[in-house]
Design a protein around this ligand. Structure first.
Ligand code: NAD
Ligand code: UGA
Length: 435
């Protein structure tokens, strides 16, 4: 069993550290956010991720997992240091590397024994070499032996623990094959395919994978918009396409487009890398444009159904960027709410986990305690995030509470025919009659 530390206790770091501890390793998770570490020490999860708390508790109790804000404490005896800090977007779309730089510098300053540095953050191609330079520069002649391995993470929020424990593949990149093999050993227990390649290729695999998934979604949203004009049903189109084994059914759900802490920033960062290296990323640009237009398309539909939105009340179900997470970063729901507010509408919303951050991001949003309060006096209801609890609502109660009868099903989860029969003016995304 190995001793390792994980730097950053967000969605990736906390899940990585906890899952390695659960596989029997001794793990210290480190964060510079004192409040976060103090919460974790007190058994409180700083993020909502299904199933995570239980495994954290079990491994803390078993003495395999602890938390600290101290680099010397985290690095002590660690054979591996995983970097899992954020890489958000700069204004021009470039990945902001200040947190990776700070984490690498802190490792360098506190390194007193050989170590393998494993980069799990999603970082521009070439970052592995840059991290190695930072560590050499800071330590000069006395640098203990170290290697850098890229190990991009492919987990999804909402199913992060399962994704980590049952990955489709583990990708490792390094110029030091011994180091890559030692990281591979950490993952051996998962019995998944392990691919070892060079550093830059591993870093690129991560961006290419996220960009491809975002492309599939933008593609199906473009098909949805064409379906609307031609009277076809995009849900059936996606089903029919997905039966082709070369295409497959995943990531073909049309709706309000992709959001979250990764697709938006990663597609932008990849496009930025391309432009700064004299390549024109025309497909990536189209993928981003379609995604932005999908939000506008939803607002246009509401405007078409309600007329001028000024003074109208719109209820929004779901605020997080996808179900089963409290993450609201680049949430399609909040983007649309901002557009509605800008047009003079009053917006009231509810989410099972993301109320606090949503209110911080959009102060004009009025929070409700449940879906029925969201419907109260609303001229229209928008389903923005498909949480399970929205899938079978009491629509008699919703109808009685609403002032109007417009329902925009932004994720195509409801039975439109039934709702029409009940007297709602129902429309979805890419469904006949949805224009
Ligand atoms: P996050 O914002 O949830 O967490 C990052 C954490 O790092 C924060 O707690 C922050 O306080 C901490 N941190 C920042 N600087 C630090 C430093 N110098 N030392 C120690 N801790 C520091 O981020 P996340 O969503 O977990 O994403 C982390 C990385 O993983 C990103 O590059 C992201 O693109 C990538 N990724 C994320 C997901 C996901 O689903 N969220 C999936 C795959 C890959
Ligand atoms: C995504 C990838 O799926 C992960 O593999 C990757 O590790 C992660 O980004 C990352 O790099 O952070 P995540 O953002 O958690 O994971 O969530 P997804 O399930 O991929 O959904 C992303 C967005 O696409 C959501 O807004 C979701 O509503 C939307 N989506 C997804 C669709 O609109 N249609 C679909 O068919 C699928």
């Amino acid at each position: 069993m190995a001793k390792l530390c994980v730097i950053g206790t967000g969605y990736v770091g906390l899940v990585t550290g906890t899952c390695f501890a659960d596989m029997g390793h001794r793990v210290t998770c480190l964060d510079i956010n004192e409040e976060r570490i103090s919460m974790l020490k007190n058994g409180i999860m700083p993020i909502y991720e299904p199933g995570l708390k239980q495994i954290v508790d079990q491994n803390v109790e078993a003495g395999r997992l602890d938390f600290t804000t101290s680099y010397p404490e985290a690095l002590k005896d660690s054979e591996f240091a995983f970097i899992a800090v954020g890489t958000p977007s700069n204004d021009d779309g470039e990945a902001d590397m200040q947190y990776v730089k700070a984490a690498s510098s802190s490792i360098a300053k506190n390194l007193d024994h050989p170590i393998i540095i494993v980069n799990k953050s999603t970082v521009p191609v070439g970052t592995g070499d840059w991290v190695a330079e930072i560590i050499h520069d800071l330590n000069g002649q006395v640098t203990p032996q170290f290697s850098v391995v890229s190990n991009p993470e492919f987990l999804r929020e909402g199913s992060a623990v399962m994704d980590f424990m049952k990955p489709d593949r583990v990708v490792l990149g390094s110029t030091d094959s011994d180091a890559a093999n030692r990281v591979a050993e950490l993952y051996q227990a998962l019995r998944s395919d392990i691919m070892i390649t060079d550093l830059r290729t591993a870093e690129m695999i991560k961006y290419a994978s996220n960009a491809f998934l975002a492309t599939r979604i933008s593609f199906i949203n473009e098909m949805a918009n064409i379906c609307e004009t031609l009277g076809a049903d995009v849900r059936e189109v996606a089903r029919g396409m997905g039966m082709d084994k070369r295409i497959g059914p995943a990531f073909l759900d049309a709706g309000l487009g992709w959001g979250g802490s990764c697709f938006p920033k990663d597609v932008k960062a990849l496009a930025h890398m391309a432009v700064t290296h004299d390549t024109h990323p025309q497909l990536l640009q189209a993928v981003m444009d379609i995604n932005f237009n999908q939000r506008k398309h939803a607002v246009d539909k509401l405007e078409k159904a309600l007329g001028d939105l000024k003074g109208k009340t719109i209820g929004v179900l779901g605020l997080s960027f996808k179900p089963n997470t409290d993450d609201t970063r680049y949430s399609p729901s909040l983007d649309i709410i901002n557009m509605l507010v800008a047009k003079g509408a009053t917006v009231q919303g509810y989410d099972p986990q993301a109320m606090k951050t949503s209110k911080e991001e959009v102060p004009e949003l009025n929070l409700c305690q449940n879906p029925y309060d969201v419907a109260q006096d609303a001229d229209a209801l928008l389903l923005a995030t498909e949480w399970n609890e929205f899938k079978s609502l009491d629509f008699d109660r919703i109808k009685a509470n609403m002032r109007g009868n417009v329902v925009l099903d932004g994720r195509n989860i409801w039975n439109g025919e039934e709702l029409q029969e009940m007297g709602f003016f129902y429309f979805g995304m890419g469904i006949p009659g949805s224009l």
